[in-house]
Write a protein that binds this ligand. Structure first.
Ligand SMILES: Nc1ncnc2c1ncn2[C@@H]1O[C@H](COP(=O)(O)OP(=O)(O)OP(=O)(O)O)[C@@H](O)[C@H]1O
Ligand SMILES: [Mg+2]
Ligand SMILES: [Zn+2]
Length: 584
């Protein structure tokens, strides 16, 4: 065996010593050593190489750790949230490491921050492809409120506005660019080539798949993107869980060995109740009166009542209005402008309750929907899950009350036979889906466990987030709340809003409903002044936490859930003043 030369021996000794150095020092030295290796590979024996490789791995692990710490800092300072939700950091880490990723997480789980935080950390521009042009403005407004520089390009813009935005993008004024898939093969697509792109996020990625429930042909324009921007990581996000759709997304977008992150379907802040029609729980009320009591018990908070038919959406809305509730209908039989108006007024908190057929709610990021009532049984568990998912996106406790009956099963079956009479397979599938839904509602078991089971996830009984586990009779509780029609009631008068079972911050609002109401009023005033939806300023959960903590300084305000630096600067004084008023 050859004796190592003195130089080689010195290198081995250095490689051994390097293990104890700080990562930055290792990184610097490794660059020099790589150069040396290129010139004199013979100096590097096997043990030296192995040691240096281990040192390099330590450097990248340390880098990843530093990235994760930075991600957490952005979450806290920009968004004002103390911790990541399940799956978020895992996705962000993959993206920051430059790998493709698919995030399958239920609606409201918080998929957006998984590209918004990398957008800040990666520099350059993150492109977000999103199908709903009508919501892009709100999305961009929400980003601006937290201090992330965002813009959008779509067909709704005037030429001049568009040109300005493009110039801004070229100058590097923006971190986030939202665009519709339609534009990708046209002008926006050509523009992309000249921008400093770092990440492509495809939101609602199931729209690319014909197997999904919401196929959009324009999403096929995205198929060439990965190739065109070679090295860029692509992040595909969806709430649709089936394997078929997931594989289709991976194939269509040509993702390279993507990391797949699956979120849990269990959302503990949504409390599920199933109420069989015809049982009035000792209140003597019919479904309509029960709904009225449930709505009244919620002191003017926003909610959705899903109805099976257009007729019942209309009549339920009329009934609520006749009782002094600000309600409105929303269904496919209305003119598009009338529908858009209802949606807009709901988003801006001018309408409290929307009585809708299934057409309502898709893609709406109104975070403070406090209840979803199914006046009639939904036609499938998937539909049910999607609809309850529109409640409680801010993480605060929200109630989901399902009215169901065997008669609903029969009407749904009759409806699908009428509309799909051609294809017996489709009719059969639909019938099966309806019966599964009925079984779930009527099983008398933990609703969350059954629901998760349907999506192939095993969980224990939820313990607190369904009527069976928490033992609350939501109908009796609501009926027991005595309210004159227009006086807003306090949270603690309503068993439905007060929560003894969970420690959710929102519930502590019950201790000071007055302050909470005044903060809500202030939020609405500020939102109207700025022409943005109220939830874009602060979520309900944030206001509830604020009412409970009563911060007296900017520093204390930053501790409140959902208050980041930009919002502190923008709104801190106004909210501190309002809180101070109550101390006097
Ligand atoms: N770590 C967190 N802590 C607290 N709140 C969070 C966190 N991450 C996200 N949120 C909030 O959760 C809400 C829902 O997030 P988001 O809109 O990203 O959901 P989503 O997964 O995209 O749902 P959908 O499939 O319906 O589009 C938002 O109001 C967001 O600010
Ligand atoms: Mg989303
Ligand atoms: Zn349960």
């Amino acid at each position: 065996m050859l004796m190592p030369t003195p130089e080689a021996a010195a290198l081995l000794a250095e490689a051994q010593a390097l293990a104890d150095c700080p990562p930055e020092q290792i990184a610097r030295r490794l660059i020099e050593l790589r150069q040396l290796y290129r010139e004199q590979p013979a100096l590097f024996g096997h043990p030296t190489q192995a040691l240096l490789r281990a040192a390099a791995e330590r450097v990248s692990a340390a880098k990843a750790q530093a990235q994760s710490a930075r991600a957490l800092t952005v979450l806290a300072e920009v968004f004002g949230y103390p911790s990541f939700r399940a799956g978020q950091l895992e996705i962000i880490e993959e993206i920051l490491a430059g790998r493709d990723c698919v995030g399958v997480m239920p609606t409201g789980a918080g998929k957006s921050v998984t590209y918004q935080i990398p957008a800040r950390l990666l520099g350059g521009i993150t492109l977000v492809v999103s199908p709903l042009i009508s919501l892009m403005k709100d999305q961009v407004d929400a980003m601006r409120e937290v201090g992330i520089r965002a813009t959008f390009l779509n067909s709704s813009l005037e030429a001049e506005d568009r040109a300005e935005r493009i110039a801004g993008l070229r100058r590097g004024d923006y971190e986030l660019l939202y665009a519709a898939p339609e534009g990708i093969d046209g002008a926006v697509g050509r523009l992309l080539g000249s921008l400093d792109l770092r990440l492509i996020a495809v939101d609602e990625a199931h729209c690319i798949s014909e197997w999904g429930h919401d196929f959009r042909p324009a999403y096929r324009n995205l198929s060439g993107l990965k190739e065109r921007f070679g090295g860029l990581p692509v992040l595909a996000l969806t709430a649709t869980a089936t394997e078929r759709v997931k594989n289709d997304i991976i194939g269509q977008l040509a993702l390279r060995e993507p990391h797949v992150v699956r979120g849990s379907f269990y959302r503990q802040n949504l409390r599920l109740y199933a109420v069989k029609k015809g049982q009035s729980h000792g209140t003597g009320q019919g479904v309509r009166e029960m709904i009225l009591a449930l709505v009244r018990a919620r002191r003017g908070e926003p909610g959705i009542v899903y109805c099976l038919s257009r007729k019942s959406a209309d009549s339920t809305a009329e009934f609520l209005v006749s009782k002094g509730i600000r309600a409105a209908a929303y269904h496919g039989g209305m003119r598009p402008e009338a529908r858009a108006q209802t949606q807009d007024r709901f988003i801006r908190d001018d309408v409290e309750v929307v009585c809708a057929t299934i057409a309502f709610g898709m893609g709406i990021d109104k975070s403070n929907v406090r209840f979803v009532i199914h006046r009639d049984m939904p036609r499938s568990i998937e539909g049910y899950y999607q609809e309850i998912g529109r409640a409680g996106r801010d993480g605060a406790a929200s109630d989901c009350i399902l009215f169901y009956s065997w008669a609903d099963v029969l009407s749904l079956e009759a409806m699908s036979e009428r509309s799909e009479a051609e294809d017996p397979d489709v009719v059969n599938q639909a019938r099966l889906a309806v019966r599964r839904m009925y079984d779930l509602a009527d099983a008398g078991e933990c609703l969350w466990r059954r629901l998760a089971e349907h999506f192939d996830e095993e969980i224990a009984n939820c313990g607190a987030s369904c009527g069976l586990c928490n033992g609350l009779d939501i109908i009796r509780l609501a009926a027991a709340v005595r309210v004159p029609a227009r006086r807003p009631i306090r949270a603690h008068e309503s068993g439905a809003v007060v929560d003894t079972a969970t420690t959710d911050a929102a519930c502590t609002a019950a201790t000071d409903g007055d302050l909470f109401d005044r903060l809500r009023q202030l939020r609405k005033t500020l939102a109207d002044q700025r022409g943005v939806p109220a939830y874009v300023i602060f979520s309900d959960r944030t206001l509830a936490d604020m009412a409970a903590r009563r911060p007296r300084s900017g520093a204390a305000l930053l501790e409140v859930h959902g208050v980041g630096n930009a919002k502190l600067m923008q709104y801190g004084d106004a909210f501190l003043e309002e809180i101070g008023r109550s101390e006097r």
